[in-house]
Design a protein around this ligand. Structure first.
Ligand SMILES: [Zn+2]
Ligand SMILES: [Zn+2]
Length: 345
């Protein structure tokens, strides 16, 4: 089958690879109907997320079950499903703690042996372990496009609001309006906070942020970010900052704009240490970071079915698997033009 293969850092190509086979009787083989390029794919290609190259990339997908292991109970051939980027068993120590993204028996699709050696979704087929625990059936009236973002960038964007219990009186500031930042805006909106202030350096992406639910927009690099946030929050500061960038400047501005008891959640991947001014002690702030709560997929799917959550405005392109190298170029080099690219094997 055809698949997007990482042979070394910065070396990625569509090649022929063997079709995956069932590894245990709890696995299923899924024929991919849609897969989408994620910022994490780029982090892996560039070595920001360390890996041992020699694997197929991709972890956000929708597909149809083609083969089921003998012990699989909840799924049969032909079921249309969405699965998490990181399949989980549901019963290990970390799963029982609720941290299913850290399942001891799991891994991440498309990250190679460093993270479980699970097949990548930028391919015609994948093998999904722990199918009964981690896959979800999709209703026929929900398209691939409506569903595909909920399990990865959807849960990533929504985790901060749930983790910190956002209230209707809260002011939320989202730094960065790439796919994750935009998903954070659209999903946080489900909690109806008083304001969602988007901070972004691209006018096109800032406009997209407004379309997806931001009440205010600040153009980084042109507007005075901290003064504008103070103005929009009546000098009370932000109750929640979602940093979907992870640069020193966004982190420091994110901390600086917090109000008393403010909370910052870092969803963007940073690879440098973060300095925290001890003066924040007197503001009783909280900082959190990490992988998303993948179990939020169920709630987000309900909201998509109910017509209350629409992440399809993220889609700027739909391309064939044959053109995935071109799609990747576009995603990396033209971020204003290409937000999310759906690939159809
Ligand atoms: Zn991802
Ligand atoms: Zn587990």
């Amino acid at each position: 089958m055809k698949a997007l293969y990482l042979s070394d850092i910065h070396q990625v190509k569509l090649i022929d690879v063997p079709k995956p086979v069932l590894k245990t009787d709890k696995d299923v083989i899924v024929r991919i109907t849609s897969t989408t390029i994620c910022g994490s794919d780029v982090h892996i290609i560039e070595g920001v997320i360390p890996s041992e190259p020699g694997f197929v990339l991709g972890h956000e997908y929708v597909g149809i079950i083609e083969q089921v292991g003998a012990a699989v109970q909840n799924f049969r051939v032909g079921d249309r499903v969405i699965g998490p980027p990181a399949p989980y068993c549901g019963h290990c120590y970390n799963c029982e703690k609720g941290l299913v993204g850290h399942c001891i028996n799991g891994g991440i699709h498309g990250c190679g042996v460093t993270r479980g050696d699970l097949s990548g979704t930028h391919a015609e087929f994948i093998c999904v372990p722990h199918a009964d625990s981690c896959l979800r059936k999709l209703p026929d009236n929900i398209s691939d496009e409506q569903a595909i973002f909920i399990s990865d960038i959807g849960t990533t964007g929504y985790t901060p609001a749930v983790h910190f219990g956002i209230k209707a009186t809260d002011s939320v500031v989202v730094f960065g309006c790439g796919p994750v930042g935009l998903a954070a805006i659209a999903t946080t909106k489900l909690k109806n906070p008083k304001r969602i202030i988007a901070v972004e350096k691209s006018p096109a992406r800032l406009a997209k942020a407004r379309e997806m639910g931001a009440t205010h927009g600040i153009l980084a690099g042109k507007d005075d970010v901290l003064a504008q946030i103070a103005h929009y929050t009546n000098n009370l500061g932000a109750d929640l900052v979602i940093d979907a960038v992870g640069l020193e400047i966004t982190l420091q501005q994110g901390l600086a704009c917090l109000g008393i008891g403010g909370k910052l959640f870092l969803v963007g991947i940073t690879n440098k240490p973060i300095m925290i001014d001890p003066a924040y002690f007197f503001k009783n702030i909280s900082i959190s970071m990490g992988l998303s709560d993948l179990k939020l997929t169920d709630y987000l799917l309900e909201k998509v079915i109910a017509g209350e959550l629409d992440l399809t405005p993220l889609i700027t392109h739909t391309m064939k698997l044959d053109d995935i190298e071109e799609a990747l170029e576009l995603f990396i080099n033209k971020p204003d033009e290409a937000i999310k690219i759906i690939i159809k094997p």
